[in-house]
Design a protein around this ligand. Sequence first.
Ligand SMILES: [Zn+2]
Length: 326
Amino acid sequence: MKKLIVLGLVLCFMIIGLPLAIISTFDDEPIVEERPESKERVRVFINQENKTIEMDLEAYIKSVVASEMPGEFQEEALKAQAVAARTYAMARMRMFGENGHPNHSQAPLCDGVHCQVYISYEKLKEIKSSDWILKYWEKISEAVEDTRGLVMTYEGELVDQPLFHSTSGGNTENSEDVFTTSVPYLRSVASPFEIKAPYYKDSVTISLNDFKSQILSKYKNLSIDLNHFQDSVKILERSSGGRVSEIKVGNLILSGRDVREMLGLRSANFTIESKNNQITFNTIGYGHGVGMSQWGANGMAEQGSDYIEILKHFYQGVEIIEIDQL
Ligand SMILES: [Zn+2]
């Protein structure tokens, strides 16, 4: 009799419960209003699969914003990210078009950090929780739709380097202080509202010997006396945004960016402490520091700025226009 009851319950579940469970899975999909596709399409090289996909620009931007910025961020910060990502994609499409980027000749954009991170909606569903999808996919989609077709221009030309990074550490950098070229809209500006960022402050401690061997692995001619650390390692100069532009390491003069890359520091804005045969790098900020600080953008949004004010702050002198007006 018991067996029969159990069997009956199992059958009941299969007949009623299972279809309900399946329907409710579908019910859990976020409700995103379908909009017609835009005129613009992008081609993206998917690194891991070694294949190129083509898709609607706006669908691509939704995935980029979801991949590049926390969904928890303010709507206006997500919108600013959408315009920056769309501007970048359009600039790449116009610059490389059918020929593809020199690093991936199949397409002008790739899905990695080399360009801007693109994770498809299907992949996002696999790697994020269903809770995340429900909470944030619709929010991100709306932020993208609200800025549909908008891009940044500087003196009438499409901005081709709308760079962004996680956390500036208080001030962004002039482009020429981090990279080689001076770009008129990539100027050092204050970013005062990002103290909540998880890597606003961080530190890395390594032994002096490890420090020496890391530098030696790139600079074979290094000569350094670790017994006189204070004289051997000295910060000589900082950029206007606070990053180390010149640091003496033994007989070498390196850039803060060099040291950051060799030691895997979060930022080139650091101070140094040394004791007990160890060296500690205390960093401020996360990323190269040029262009829009994402945490700074979120902080501005919390203070009441809209996405246009955010973009015009981090990209000096830009205008925001419809792609069609280009
Ligand atoms: Zn790329």
